[in-house]
Write a protein that binds this ligand. Structure first.
Ligand code: SF4
Length: 48
């Protein structure tokens, strides 16, 4: 299952990153290089 975060609504409080049990959520500032392409995927999801 995919999860997306609306970049127009997220205030980057990082609570979701802190509570995610599988460490699948990152702030833009902490995004590991191997996951960078998913930032664009997330943005494109909300452009539709
Ligand atoms: S960082 Fe996570 S919990 Fe905070 S506003 Fe953005 S999506 Fe919501």
């Amino acid at each position: 299952m995919a999860h997306f975060i609306d970049p127009g609504r997220c205030i980057d409080c990082r609570i979701c990153a802190l509570v995610c049990p599988v460490e699948a959520v990152f702030s833009n500032y902490d995004l590991p290089p191997e996951w960078e392409r998913f930032e664009r995927v997330n943005v494109e999801f909300f452009r539709k």
